[in-house]
Design a protein around this ligand. Sequence first.
Ligand code: GCW
Length: 841
Amino acid sequence: MIRRFQIAILSILLLASLGVEPVHAEAGEDAWLRYAPLERVERAQYESLPTSVVVLADSVVLKSAQEEVIRGVKGMLDEALLSRKGVEARSIVLGTLTSLRAAAPGLPPPPDTLGTDGFWLLTGKIRGLDCLIVTSDTDRGVLYGVFALLRKVARGEDIALLNEVQQPSAALRWVDQWDNLNGTIERGYAGASIFFEKESVRGDLTRAGEYARLLASIGVNGCSINNVNADPRIIDDKFLPQLARVADVFRSWGIQLAVSVDLGSPQVLRSLNTFDPLDPRVIAWWRTKVDKIYQQIPDFGGFVVKADSEGRSGPSSYGRTPADAANVIARALKAHGGVLFYRAFVYDHHLDWRNPKNDRARAAYDIFHPLDGKFTDNVVVQIKYGPIDFQAREPVSPLFAGMRNVNQGIEFQITQEYTGQQRHLCFLPTMWKEVLDFDLHVNGDHTPVRDLVVGKVFHRPAGAFVGVANVGMNPNWLGHPLALANLYGFGRLAWNPNLSAATIAQEWARLTFGDDSVVVNTVTAMLLASWHTYENYTGPLGAQTLTDILGSHYGPGIESSERNGWGQWHRADNQGIGMDRTAATGTGFVAQYPPAIRDLYESVQTTPDELLLFFHHVPYTYRLHSGKTVIQYIYDSHYEGADQAAEFVRQWQSIKHRLSDHLYTDVLTRIDYQAGHAIVWRDAICNWFLRTSGIPDEKHRVGNHPERIEAEAMQLKGYAVVEVTPWENASGGKGIACAKNSTCTASFHSDRPAGTYDIDVQYFDQNNGESKFRVFVNDLKVDEWVANDHLPATKPGGDSSTRRRVSALALRPEDEIRIEGTPSGDERAPLDYVELHASTK
Ligand code: GCW
């Protein structure tokens, strides 16, 4: 570490002595707020920028705004702005409209209403001096204006003449964290909680403050900090001072603190023998509790509730409805201006899978639609974008069209639970945009989801965007440097859902990596291709992500969806695949949509291919609109997806010299792994469908791997053959594991012509040991490594399968290739196969 630091310092000194600035793109904890120095040419256009910054009133938020301008201008333009109390010279002026009017009575009114969080950027004269004004009705709006201004500079935009108003589309733009009090995070893939450790709020909340700054920069205004599977202790009286400390670090960034609460709290925390929401003692309990919270946190945002879902307690225990429960708590919050988010993710996870009429997709609508009009106006019903659960492809939830007299919020998942867990590149704004742009045709009108969720269509007082973020202590917040584009994209879409995915990708790449257009364009192209690529190798035609839904939600697990009560069924058998959700013959789910959409999905002919299997059960030989059969599509899309994942590696390699070594290697390691894991996915799904359908791949790829040598077919010393379950998650259904406590070997002789080869060693890297591997060609050691990744697996299978590439080896016929594996703990140096490819180098 120290050595690396010394080298970094030396290279900076060296570059400085040469008068050269380091220009290589970097990422890291500053994320998109790096304020990297602009190139000289671009900097020139900001020469006439004011040299001081004036804040018209005292407030913690305005102070943040002022410090941010100073920080941004220093970083990008190397100018030290002076902070002033009054306008004495050309200045950047920050303040609310009211204070601005007092300072500059002659100022015209803004060209548009600003709303609570909107802002106005304006170049104008104050006391005859040219000023750059950032104003709003609220301090928070000024802060957002400052970030927008700095974004313009970072992107080299002209700011000489500004007169621009921006308002957010939704009043509530929140992120949820699923952090547990012990510091773990449910479905978090980037280290420990930034909020909690050892059953308490962390002593050092520096990261929480930095997170608040990141969130503010994209216009997020609320954050619920604990798991929706809530620990009742979060609102124990003893805990409230700790929550107040988090609220303190959030406050200066305009972020309202919220928490998730367990409906059983009145019973668990105090010896009430009930949590029946309509029991007067329970009503009083919530009121007192909420009052106490507001005594300590006057700007508290509110609560998030997950109830009657996945084993959580809920109103159904007392025959009460979600509205009964929500309203009791919401009324207590209302007195203080707080909001209650009640999640519509309520379903029975013990559904009888034998009954073809049962359908988990129906649950949210069946339960909440009848409650339309029954929630108080500070309740937001928080609806996942699709009717199942954050899958890589789902139709939009019909509930967005089904509740006219209730505030709605849309819930997206920034943390990539079902979309590669930040080990796979998957830029989600592309998917979110499809959801937001989807026209549900309420009353036959143009009613895209983006208008429904913000309350525009049904004239609701509030609307919300919620993103489950799950950032952690990992320096770059989400683990994968490119995954931060998802957090950025969430905030930008919550602010303005009309932005395109391409604009967001490009903006993010530019802010994060600087102004090298080759880097920006390459990264943008990778981001934009990534969701569809992921979908291609993980789940076809709307059959959902074919992952292990009973365990990690990570690698392939095709049958884990079936024959259990969770209801993520795809109903694949040896004749066909898909859920019949039609009104005529299926579960009737389609009838939950407005007529135009119902008709679209009711008919197999008009259902778009990408959702075919979500709505219909069809034979494998069914022909898609493209003319391809379903089975051939499954094969082709998985091969295309894996090929595209390999392409990401080449794209990233093509910009190597423009990136810092650290960034290059960090991302390369991940996308190289992804390319390997995409092959694991491809093979598992293709082989499973080949065996199940009995229909061969027209292109003869599936099941044919002439370049592959199965480990179980090698000469083994100490290694034993093991069956892998499910079988499709290992090549040939088998692997080998070292049965001794010392080193085992697996070897074979090359039967290829003399040449240069890349050797891919496919092995299993479990998280319960750190096996060592060494590769020899004859007696020459050509590679060695330790299997010490932390993949979500304790046994050989689709979650742990990974590969090591040994590049550019000269091989002669009959050369012996030998792999030595030394087990560690329960990880028995397991291997799946080796492939020899003519080298590309
Ligand atoms: O997707 C599922 C997750 C659960 C999560 C649940 C939810 C917090 O697997 O881990 O619980 O959704 O959204 O409540």
